[in-house]
Design a protein around this ligand. Structure first.
Ligand SMILES: Nc1ncnc2c1ncn2[C@@H]1O[C@H](COP(=O)(O)OP(=O)(O)OP(=O)(O)O)[C@@H](O)[C@H]1O
Ligand SMILES: CCCCCCCCCCCCC/C=C/[C@@H](O)[C@H](CO)NC(C)=O
Ligand SMILES: [Ca+2]
Length: 532
């Protein structure tokens, strides 16, 4: 039987008969072992090896040298030095063990040296990246879950802006992308970012992608703003209502490990809460795709590869900064507004597929097209909400329900009906029995931003644009955040915007944007071919 292996997928060649995972080697001068990637079912990659016998030691050495030269030549920019961050408490607390037993031997085999940082607190990795000497580092690796990935992403985005002298507080600033890639060794609870980009949450598969320097177009990232201050970046879920409530409750039960999400999921489902507010969003019209076209973003996705040039044009055409405040459109993208009670408001830049939902929250979302999918689940009965949730686990279309709408967007604003300071009504309302009864449920949920609870309910999200020309002349050219805007603070109105006539355009709202192609991963994107 003949097996052909692309040189790009050969990991290394060693003299003798070697089993690196069991750490056994039989030395013999006329034998060499070739290690390579083997694709198995379900997007998984495993390390395979073949042992070859040559006529003599000289020929063995010749083969080893020849193959190693070929790997160097065709192997592309494989990483040589990696900075690895391990969260010892992610998921089932197995991060360190996974790294030591499964990953470190593979990196050694591939000749990759590693500097390992085991975190001792939340945000340790993010802060370390901001200050670390990254000279000669070819990539970062996180061993943990989505929260850990988020820390690395925040560190890298923060560092790149600091180095480029970009003010992240300015909503019009074009963020600068880092040249460093991030690899994810899944050791968390949901591992959604790994699953949605690699196709599986398997540590060995991820390590092999890192070694062969798999690349996909840089991913979309959206930034969430509150009162016009950036609060977090997200690649996966920015969700209000159900997923916010599940996360908030599950954080109290971290000791349960990944099962905390099931426990809090059932509790939240039974409470059947809905929240009132206004969602305003900018629907992308001029794209070749939509969330219900039943396509899947796979490696070499045309939509994503074409998006770089399309988005460039799009950003040159961006002349409607005013639409950010007024909801008007000048470049073909429509602003829509929906008022009502919602069970869930979910926005996701990628499919957000995970083991619980193999197709994800939005199965046709793209990794790097500069857009996000907004899913609105309006108030419904428990039975209907269960139908909606169940469809994440099977092949039925979760958007084919009368109380669910989905849009491809680049900007989102959300204003809860009751402002945060009014949450519990007036003091007399809070005290009176009837005051408490009148509200059937708390006025606010919270936002789930890639698995972190945001302490605000009023946010908005917007796609990043390059050149901004203003359709509006604003009253005062001074603002604490950005000199172009007029921003006033009053005890009852956190932020509002005025046009030149002094009309208030938006009240109690803040910004949250989708940046295109900002963060690079060691992932090829999910492969189309399912090989055995
Ligand atoms: N040493 C540490 N001690 C406490 N918290 C930490 C430490 N290191 C990292 N963290 C924090 O732990 C949080 C959760 O980690 P992680 O994402 O790895 O696991 P998870 O929440 O179980 O998985 P998922 O995010 O996939 O649901 C992260 O937000 C991170 O900031
Ligand atoms: C009756 C069966 C009900 C099953 C319900 C399954 C619904 C699954 C939908 C999963 C979506 C996950 C989105 C991912 C979010 C992550 O960013 C975040 C951080 O890890 N995880 C969570 C749980 O918030
Ligand atoms: Ca996207």
């Amino acid at each position: 039987r003949t097996t052909s292996i692309p040189v790009t997928e050969i990991i290394n060649v060693k003299e003798g008969m070697v089993d690196i995972l069991r750490q056994i080697s039989v030395m013999a001068e006329d034998i060499f072992t070739v290690f390579y990637v083997k694709r198995v079912k379900g997007q998984r990659w495993v390390l395979n090896s073949s042992v070859f016998t040559a006529e003599d030691a000289q020929l063995t050495q010749k083969w080893i040298r020849h193959l190693q030269d070929r790997i160097k030549y065709y192997g592309g920019a494989r990483p040589k030095r990696l900075l690895v961050y391990i969260n010892p408490f992610g998921g089932r607390c197995r991060g360190q063990r996974i790294f030591d037993t499964k990953i470190a031997p593979l990196f050694r085999l591939a000749g990759i040296s590693t500097q390992v940082v085991e975190t001792d607190r939340a945000n340790h990795a993010r802060d370390h990246i901001m200050e670390a000497d990254l000279e000669g580092i070819d990539g970062l690796v996180c061993v943990g879950g989505d929260g850990m990935f988020s820390e690395l992403m925040h560190g890298l985005i923060g560092r790149s802006q600091k180095e480029a002298g970009i003010c992240v507080d300015d909503p019009n600033a074009e963020l600068s992308a880092s040249h460093l890639r991030i690899g994810i060794i899944p050791a968390g609870s949901t591992d959604c970012i790994c699953f949605a980009t690699v196709g599986v949450n398997d540590p060995m598969t991820s390590a092999l992608h890192i070694i062969v320097a798999s690349t996909a177009p840089p991913e979309d990232v959206c930034s969430v703003h509150h009162q016009n201050q950036p609060v977090r970046y997200s690649v996966s879920l920015v969700g209000y209502g159900f997923f916010g409530d599940v996360l908030k409750d599950s954080d109290k039960h971290r000791w349960m490990g990944p099962i905390r999400y099931d426990y809090s999921g059932v509790k939240t489902f039974l409470s059947n809460k809905s929240y009132e507010g206004k969602v305003e969003f900018q629907v992308v019209k001029n794209v070749q795709s939509n969330p219900r076209d039943n396509t899947r973003c796979r490696s070499g996705c045309l939509i994503c590869s074409e998006s770089t040039s399309r988005l460039k044009l799009d950003s040159e055409d961006w002349s409607d900064a005013s639409s950010w405040f007024t909801g008007s459109s000048t470049n073909g993208d429509d602003w829509l507004s929906v008022d009502g009670r919602f069970m869930a408001i979910n926005m996701t830049c990628i499919s957000s597929a995970c083991p619980k939902s193999p197709d994800g929250l939005s199965p046709s979302a793209h990794l790097a097209d500069g857009t996000a999918d907004l899913i609105l689940v309006r108030k419904c009965s428990r039975f209907n909400f269960l139908r909606y949730l169940k469809r994440h686990t099977n092949k039925n279309d979760q958007f084919d329900l009368p109380f669910v709408d989905v849009y491809r967007v680049k900007t989102l604003w959300f204003t809860p009906k009751y402002h945060e300071e009014e949450e519990l009504g007036s003091v007399s309302d809070r005290k009176s029995f009837f005051g408490r009864l009148c509200r059937d449920s708390p006025a606010h949920s919270c936002w789930n931003c890639d698995g972190e609870v945001l302490p605000y309910s009023t946010i908005s999200i917007r796609k990043k644009k390059k050149k901004v020309k203003f359709g509006l002349r604003l009253k005062k050219p001074t603002c604490i955040l950005s000199p172009q805007f007029s921003c006033c603070k009053r005890p009852t109105c956190n932020v509002f915007w005025q046009d030149k006539a002094g009309n208030i355009l938006k009240k109690h709202q803040a910004a949250c944007l989708v940046h295109c192609q900002l963060i690079k991963l060691f992932a090829r994107g999910i492969e189309d071919r399912q090989t055995g």
